[in-house]
Write a protein that binds this ligand. Sequence first.
Ligand SMILES: Cc1cc2nc3c(=O)[nH]c(=O)nc-3n(C[C@H](O)[C@H](O)[C@H](O)COP(=O)(O)O)c2cc1C
Length: 393
Amino acid sequence: MILKDKKILLGVSSSIAIYKALELVRLFKREGAEVFVVMTRNAKKLINPLLFSALSGNPTFWEMFLEEKKYLHLELVQNIHLFLIAPATANIISKIAHGIADDLLTTSVLACKSPIVIAPAMNVNMWEKKVIQQNIENLKRNGFFIIEPEEGELGCGEKGKGRMAEPEKILNFVKSLLLEEKKRIKFVITGGATESNIDKIRIITNRASGLLSVLLAEICHQLGYEVTLILGRSEYYPALPIKVKRVSTNEEMLNAIKEEAAENTCLIMNAAPCDYQVKEIFPSKLKDEELELKLVRNIDILKALKETQFLCKVGFSCDTENELKEGERKLKEKSLSICVINPSETIGKKEIKATLLFENGKKKEFPLMDKKEFAFKLIEEIELWLKEKHLIQ
Ligand SMILES: Cc1cc2nc3c(=O)[nH]c(=O)nc-3n(C[C@H](O)[C@H](O)[C@H](O)COP(=O)(O)O)c2cc1C
């Protein structure tokens, strides 16, 4: 649901490629966007608007002068994130290039302050006409985004350039345009367990699997954020091209976070660092009948980062008793934006039943769910938090 909360206005004109606009509505909906459709009167002659309404779940518009909606051309573009015109006929392209506003679609274009993307579709001779090429250049110069048509067999039976780009390609273009803002924000996510040496061979560590951190990193990557995963001991590794830094000890993890903390960074401290370390590491592998280990407190990574600036700092709290109180204590002591209370039973499991505590006192409990589902929900909560703080739109 990468386009969740995004509103897209789809302008449809009367090209043979109009059937692909139906697929576009379906793809945008699948990604969570809300879609409204505005058609030209000629487009209505090729496809019944009811089909767009049924797929988008919203009414479809084409009429400019309506008694009940006097400023529909302004209303349609008021809160949209993007206006996509697909398919765009030679006629629509030329009208927009010259600022003509003689119907609802073209008038809405003039009233629109959001990015406007145009996907032309036409016969090869029409596409190659000098005047159309000049109009396309004119649109590009004026800030319109053009998704070039493709070469191949055309609806009319001829071959050449003019086929509207495939809906999946248009979807990808829209996604990268809408997610541009996210590239400004970086997520540093820690995961897995750290270790503490007993000697050159043996270690002490904990049961954390690293699964949630890998899922969080993959979701952030898919959403368009820059991501670094700082991973201790873990059974899991990302399947996507994500920057991963492997570390063993708390000290290494702390240093890696400091290295990665740039401007506009959100930290999700999902790792389970060893809170104790062996006081004196044995220089060789001892074979005595009995060994006594003295453990001392290890570096508290979040406390050590108290002075480091993050857009948002998310910590995890896992205890066997007084979970809520411990979570509240960590939220304050470690200056967290959000503290995730993670019950000890879910360590190493594929499911989680978490509670979120927010710095403003808000509390949110989630039922037992798949860690992937929870990872999505946690990122949604972080985005909401960033929006409330006006750090993202
Ligand atoms: C079956 C059919 C398919 C058409 N396909 C296209 C097309 O792909 N591209 C185009 O520019 N015009 C195409 N036309 C011509 C346009 O429909 C015509 O120029 C119309 O006036 C454009 O109106 P509109 O831009 O307001 O929708 C087609 C016409 C018909 C009858």
